[in-house]
Design a binder for this molecule. Structure first.
Ligand code: HAM
Length: 441
């Protein structure tokens, strides 16, 4: 039997309502960071900024949009990020811009564009901000996420800088009281030894060409190092016996890596060598590493050396020694929740201003500005009318004093100061209240 017209209409309007609701939700993989979470975010910001200050990294903010070439040339066209994950937009003027998927390539661009290469070297930079990757959203993986990071550019390719980058990263997490950290490290060599390794791994995988996944078949010819990054079940046993980069390092790369490890040993910083660690961005050479916590399933941060990035971008004809690290803030905040780590406490107000009646509300509204001028934080609940309701809020906010303006006080140009601990009240002239509160702080 055909559905009655009324029922059909209702179904249609329900569908429209559902669609309307969905179109007003935040984009897939992008979240609101609500006030309740902000104290945790503030704590991560403070820990990263304090670490940057201690190790002498200066803050830099680069645009959220960069020209597409910055990432295509820098990260590499055959990487997942550039192949599948960039949010690309075309401006009215015809420029192809990208919502930055990471910051290292943009930082190298900014370093040359702003003449930082002419300053005393190395240049140590720190950043905190949003990044965008069009990935399949899941726990710890978003389309808009945040990173903080440390980069050392210019000067020598001294292994001490690799160690300092790792150290600064670990210290920033320790500052947050994140425990059970582990560091995985590898060396992917330089242009010279990578050629040899490339041939070795291609030779090795050729034997298994019928057994490996579709992606690996492509990687084997386009970007053989990424074969070690494969997560496909059927490739795992093959990967396990694959030749390790570390066994094909040239003498200078071997000695560079040994020195990095010696610095870490000197700090008593434990690490494990991971022969399969190659990382998903093409700009790395020599040291690559990732940092984990036992209590979280994914990497909290990762980084490495990227001496060829300036050349890849075409901003320099020769190498620019550089090394850096970045951390995923969403993952750190999730871990802080798992570990029951509290956020940065909100600055506490000293006094709560209570008003009863319209004339008192008008006076209270202006009085708050007197406190603002004096730099004393006073809070209020101007929407509430009753004394009891306002005292309840004052109690909850754990203020030391309540300042009470009733009809009588407005008439007498006075105000009551009530000590919230012992309930003792004193009436003072309204014109003196700021000084009287200051005296009691
Ligand atoms: P990355 O390994 O791609 O490296 O990202 C660093 C960290 O950012 C990851 O370990 C993870 O915590 C976080 N992250 C990455 N993608 C997402 C996502 N979709 N959702 C949530 N968190 C994410 C880089 O970005 C390099 N620029 C690191 C570097 C700095 N290398 C040298 N200097």
């Amino acid at each position: 039997m055909p559905k009655p017209l009324k029922q059909k209409k209702q179904k249609k309007s329900e569908k429209a309502e559902k669609e309307n609701k969905a179109s007003l939700q935040s984009p897939k993989g992008m979240r609101d960071i609500l006030p309740i979470e902000q104290p945790l975010w503030e704590k991560v910001k403070k820990a990263s900024q304090d670490t940057a200050n201690f190790y002498n990294f200066s803050k830099i903010d680069t645009p959220i949009l960069e020209k597409a070439e910055v990432f295509e040339r820098g990260i590499g066209v055959s990487t997942d990020i550039v192949e599948k994950e960039m949010f690309v937009l075309k401006t009215k003027g015809g420029d192809r811009l990208v919502l930055r998927p990471e910051n290292t390539a943009g930082i190298v661009r900014a370093y040359f564009e702003n003449g930082m290469s002419h300053m005393p070297q190395p240049t140590k930079l720190y950043y905190f901000g949003p990044f965008f990757r069009h990935e399949q959203p899941q726990a710890g993986r978003y389309r808009q996420f945040h990173q903080y990071g440390f980069e050392i550019l210019g000067g020598e390719d001294d292994p001490v800088y690799d160690a300092q980058i790792i150290l600064a990263g670990i210290r920033s997490l320790e500052e947050l009281k994140i425990k059970n950290l582990s560091l995985q490290i590898n060396s992917v060599g330089c242009r010279n030894c990578r050629q040899v390794y490339r041939r070795k791994i291609q030779e090795y995988y050729r034997r298994f060409s019928a057994k490996i996944c579709k992606d690996c078949k492509r990687r084997a010819s386009v970007n053989p190092l990424r074969l070690l990054d494969c997560k496909n079940e059927k490739c795992q046993p093959i990967k396990e016996d694959a030749p390790a980069t570390i066994n094909y390092l040239c003498a200078p790369c071997r000695s560079h890596f040994r020195e990095v490890l010696e610095y870490l040993d000197g700090l008593n910083l434990p690490y494990s060598l991971n022969n399969f660690l190659v990382r998903g961005l093409d700009y790395y050479n020599r040291t690559v590493f990732e940092i984990f916590s036992e209590s979280y399933p994914g990497a909290l941060g990762g980084g490495g050396r990227y001496d060829y990035l300036a050349e890849l971008l075409g901003v320099k004809k020769s190498e620019l020694p550089a090394v850096g690290v970045s951390f995923g803030v969403e993952r750190i905040v999730e871990l802080m929740k798992i570990m029951d780590i509290s956020g940065l406490p909100k600055p506490k107000a000293k006094a709560f201003l209570i008003q009863i009646g319209k004339p008192a509300k008008k006076k209270a509204f202006l009085l708050i500005e007197e406190f603002h001028k004096a730099g004393i934080k006073v809070i209020e609940s101007l929407g509430r009318e009753s004394l009891r309701a306002q005292l309840k809020v004052a109690d909850k906010e754990e203020v030391e004093m309540a300042l009470i303006l009733g009809q009588r006080e407005v008439f007498e140009e006075s105000i009551i100061i009530r000590d919230m601990k012992n309930g003792v009240q004193e009436t003072v002239p309204l014109s003196k209240v700021v000084d009287e509160v200051r005296k009691r702080l």
